[in-house]
Design a protein around this ligand. Sequence first.
Ligand code: 4AD
Length: 456
Amino acid sequence: MKHIDVKQIFEEPAFGGEVTVCGWVRTARDSKNVAFIELNDGTSLPHIQIVIDKSGNTNCDAEAMRLGTSVKVTGTVVEGREGKPEINAKEVSVIGTCPLEYPLQKKRHTLEFLRTMPHLRGRTNTFNAVMRVRSVLAEAIHTYFQERNYVYVNTPLITGSDCEGAGEMFQVTTIGYSDGFKNAEEYYAADFFGQRAGLSVSGQLEGEMAAMAMGKIYTFGPSFRAENSNTPKHLAEFWHVEPEVAFAELPDVIEIAEDMLKHVIGTLLEKCPDEMAFFDRHFENGIIERLRDLISHKFATITYTEAIEELKKSGEQFVYPVEWGLDLQTEHERYISEKVFGRAVFVTDYPKEIKSFYMKQNPDGKTVAAVDLLVPGVGEIIGGSEREADYDRLVAAMEDRGMDMSPYGDYLDLRRYGSVPHGGFGLGFERLIMYVTGVQNIRDVILFPRTVGGIR
Ligand code: 4AD
């Protein structure tokens, strides 16, 4: 269908010229002589106003005035209120009709209500803005890494090894319900891969292998977590950005994380002024200022041990009592980033017992070279570390955890052939979107959320 994007009319309004646009009716007002349609085609947050002069020769089907109807409009671009372009219609034709009981009426619907209709909620201003922010951030992430010699690699989604070692893997099987096996070994041996397989919780282990060849790599794809966490910040399927860098130690990893975030947030502010103004108005007052502030200051850094001290002296009543060794919960993370620092903060050097087997062990014998980035409003958005590059120490760490080494043969082998200090991190893409938009539930920053007990 020959037509132009509404966004193009807003960006380069050719006043006096004739255009054809297509879109869905967002609002419609009818009076005796003139009718107005606010049309949105999804390319821009603002709608374009269509003016229909009923006394003239405009062809306009009555059904074109119904919310949700898709229409094609041909007309002249004119300067409307506040100098904004609008279209004086010559012809308005209905592409797809919409019944009066269209669920998205003119009023503002709650996000909970919109979750019940994932197929339609993309047509609301909120999702229009969220999805565009998502798209711009994704491109900015690729650009950041591509411009700095990182190779974009695609790691497998089906895997035989559990990267985080936390048993949060969805099982992949082609055998349906069956009681025809004597034991688990027999069952797995008969299954598709001849062994136990699952959906990957992280591309890191394969990412490390790629970094040991290409120096600097990143992945950007889905990760899966079967954690039974029904919270506003957990998805069963989330998008994961995982850079991995050879010849890098923990301070290098921290520097990359900060630089990357500043780049992508800077790009967002530049490319999405309408969307960010919308979030500032409707979701978090002052968010633009807060993000500007974030990108112009150095992030704070604190060790885990110091963070525990801060929490202990806070006088707050936390649900999870604070002791050295505690796995920081969202309440603690938010206290540190919101009350202690009031900005983004890297927490480093966690107790080895609460972190994954692959993290480099610090000389103190108690902690590992791990880092989490905590931000106000959300808590953790990045988790990373320097990796254990020494074969014997890695084997010892795995033995300490009682891990079955067999799925990790290649990973361990990597330490035998020119092992180097290396590290990386994982950024939860949806958590980043929550942070930059002020949207408080992760289900509202991805079109089709998969959560515990929630799939369609
Ligand atoms: O801290 P995590 O578990 O770290 C890893 O997976 C490492 N292998 C990353 C690496 O070093 N390459 O996860 C990293 C980030 C978290 O900080 C969080 O932002 C996000 O992934 N994340 C989730 N996001 C949404 N829903 C979930 N269930 C998530 N679990 C982790």
